[in-house]
Each structure stands twice: as C-alpha cells, then as structure tokens.
Design a protein. Structure first.
Length: 269
C-alpha cells in the first residue's frame, strides 16, 4: 500500500508575481516540478505524491495557470516563465535542488538554467518540444488546447474532455476537466507560438549542471536525429527513453516514468 505524503498549497511572491505551488513530502533533496503548457500543478498531484516519499517536492503553477497570477498585461514569454522558476527557488531558499520539467516545463527549466541564473544540482528535461526557428513544427495543434479550454470554461464535464484524451482514465479526465479552465488562453497561445520562435538549442551548450533528457518513445516530439543533435550540443547530457509512453509520460507509463530517473537524483523516485 502506498504511503501518503502530506500536501499543502501555498503562495510566494517571486519575480514580481504571485506564484502558487503544492508541496509534498518535506524531507530529502528539494525537487521543483514544472508542468507543461496546460497542466496546473494539481494535475501532477499523483507524481508529487510519489516524489514526496523521498524528496521535498514542490509542484509549480506556471504563471497564467492554476492559482498563480494571470492578467491581460502579464508577460507569458518563455524568458518570463524561466525567470519565475529561478526566482521561485531563490525566494524559498532552496539549495542542492533538482529541477524537473515536462514538455514546455522542460524548455522553461533549460532556459532558467542557461540564461536566468537558476542553479539546480540536477536538471531533468522530460520530452521538451524541440521545434524552433527553421525547424519542423511541434506535432500538436493549437486548437487542441484552445478548444478544450473553452469547453471547460463553459462548464463541460469529463465526457467532453474524452475526445481530446481518449486513452486517459475517468479520474484523469475528471481532474483535467475540473482545472483546465484555470489556464489563461493568452498564456497558452503565447507559449504555443513560442514553440516555433524560441531557439532552445542555443541553450544546451550553456548547461553546466548534470542534465538528463527523458524521451517519450511512443511520441514524435523528439526523434532520433533530434536526440543526436542535442548530444552534439551538450555531450555531457544523459538520455533515457520510456519506450511505450506517449508525450504525457506519467499518464501513459507511470512506473516507467519513475524508473527512467534511475539514480540521477541520488535517490530512487
């Protein structure tokens, strides 16, 4: 039987905005989890519970999502989000921490370390979009995000969400249906468009901390040639594949996701 870890939500003012987070565990190495483009922190709660067994775990609501700050005038660029993460760690006084980002969150983590002064002891990038100027587009389409957000804002239920995520369980769909309306459409559109305009490949050579690239083997976000290019840009990077998982790795193969970390964080997940 899984041992439950305590959870609480809190806010901290960092980088000039209110940042909301969920905390699990409380002992061990601090780990900051940065979710993807339309994933409020609470949707990663099951991962936070698992990490909380051995780590002091913080799951972040990215600006414009969940209970973190959102407004018409807020900057939703990659650099703003990356600066948030660096300031978040500093505001909480975290040291020797690991930074784990999924999808857009992986791009945020990479940019936070390479250009915004974040100093994690370990960086994990889980299936980051490798699109950018002059590159093949990210395989997802913007209407997939925007249409589902609008439906949930109108009060639709998990059945309306099912066509968007047909392989998910009712529990997973219910959680997404409940929280997706908290994603500011402006934030989502800006971030999605930035997948094509931000050059994250220039960030890889600037990494100085040990880094792990986790690839979804059942998706097409990172192809073998993309992995090879990243290895050329950052020869010290470690890579691992979760062969049977799609882009939403913890939803598709939860145990495979945890196994993929190996000993990288110093303690098994």
């Amino acid at each position: 039987m899984m041992t439950s870890t305590y959870r609480y939500g809190a806010n901290v003012r960092a980088n000039g905005i209110r940042q909301h987070y969920l905390r699990y565990g409380g002992k061990g190495r601090p780990v900051i989890i940065v979710p993807g483009i339309t994933s409020p922190a609470v949707t990663w709660g099951f991962v936070g519970e698992r990490f909380g067994r051995n780590f002091d775990t913080y799951v972040l609501d990215i600006r414009g999502r969940g209970l973190s700050e959102a407004s018409d005038s807020l900057d939703y660029s990659l650099d703003a989000m990356a600066a948030d993460v660096a300031a978040f760690a500093e505001a909480l006084g975290l040291r020797d921490y690991a930074l784990v980002g999924h999808s857009m969150g992986a791009r945020i983590g990479l940019r936070a370390v390479s250009r915004h002064g974040a100093t994690p002891a370990r960086l994990v990038m889980v299936d980051p979009p490798v699109s950018g100027p002059g590159r093949r587009p990210y395989p997802a389409q913007l209407p997939w995000y925007v249409d589902s957000i609008r439906l949930m804002r109108q009060g639709a239920d998990l059945e309306a969400m099912r066509p968007f995520c047909p392989t998910w369980t009712d529990e997973q769909l219910r959680m997404r249906a409940e929280w997706l309306h908290t994603c500011d459409e402006r934030a989502i559109v800006t971030a999605f468009e930035a997948f094509q305009t931000d050059d994250i490949h220039a960030d890889f050579p600037r990494l100085t901390c040990p880094s792990l690239l986790m690839i979804a083997g059942g998706a097409t976000v990172i192809l073998p040639e993309d992995e090879a290019e990243i290895r050329d840009l950052q020869p010290a990077i470690r890579t691992v594949r979760v062969e049977k998982a799609g882009h939403m790795i913890p939803w598709d193969d939860e145990e495979g996701f945890y196994r993929a970390f190996g000993d990288f964080l110093g303690t098994p997940v």
